[in-house]
Design a protein around this ligand. Sequence first.
Ligand code: HEC
Ligand code: HEC
Length: 205
Amino acid sequence: MLIRTFATAVALALAGNAGALEIQLPPETATYKPSELPGYQLVQRNCMTCHAAQYASTQPPASPRAYWEATVKKMKKPFGAQFDDADMPAMVDYLVKTYGAERGAAAPAAAVKPAAAAVPAAGGQDVKTLLAANGCMACHALDQKVVGPGFAEVAVRYKGKDGVAAVAANIRSGGAGKWGPVPMPPFSQLSVADAATLAKYVLSR
Ligand code: HEC
Ligand code: HEC
C-alpha cells in the first residue's frame, strides 16, 4: 500500500513534468527523518536553511559520532549556521542514530511511530500541521524571502490566475528557476489534496 502510494506519487509528479528532464529524489531524502529524539526538532529548525536533508542522508552510514560532531561544528564555523552550542549534543545524537553508525540504537518508539504520521501521505491534514511536519517555514516566511520566496510574493505573482493546481504541482516536484537558482526539494510524499491545501494557503497570503 505504502509502495503503491509512493509509485503513484512519482508517476503523477513525472506526468506533471512531461518533457522536462527532472531528477526526482526519493521524498525521504528531502526532509529529515521523523524521530522522537529531541535532536529531530532542533535539526529541522537549524539545518534546513541552507540545504535539504540529503546532505545528511548521503553520508557514509558507518559514520561515527565524532564525525557528526565535526560536521555539525563545521556547519556553524566556517559555514555560518546559526544555532546555540547547547543544541549540538542533541542534534549529533539524532544524526548518528538516524543516519550514522548508531542506527538501530535509537529508542524503539522513535523508530516506529512518527514516520507515517509526521509526513502525511493522506489528505485532510490542516495547514498548520502540514507546514510544521514538512519544515516549510525553515525556508519560507510570509512576508519576506528566506531561502525560498515569501508566500505573499508568490500570491502576488499568481494574482488573478487560478494558480492552485500549478503551485501544488510545484510544491510536490520542487526544483529551481522560478524564483532563483536555489532549488526547493521535492515534496512528492504529499498527497495531491494536501499539496492543494498548502497552495491555497500560500495564494491567500
Ligand atoms: C549556513 C548554511 C548551512 C547550515 C545552516 C547548515 N549547513 Fe550543512 N552544509 C553547508 C555547506 C556550505 C556545506 C558544504 C556544501 C558543499 O560542499 O557543497 C554543507 C554540507 C553538509 C554536509 C555534507 C558533508 C560535508 O561535510 O560537507 C552535511 C552532512 C551537512 N551539511 C549537515 C548539516 C547539518 C546536520 C546541519 C544542522 C546542524 C547543517 N548542515 C546546517 C551549509 C550549511
Ligand atoms: C530547503 C528549503 C525549502 C523548503 C523546506 C521548502 N521550500 Fe518552497 N521553495 C524553496 C525555494 C528555494 C523556492 C524557489 C524555487 C524556484 O526558484 O523555482 C521555493 C518555492 C516555493 C513556492 C513557489 C512555487 C511557485 O509556483 O512559484 C511555494 C508555493 C513553496 N515553495 C511552498 C513550499 C511549501 C508549502 C513547503 C513545505 C511543504 C516548502 N515550500 C518547503 C525552498 C524551500
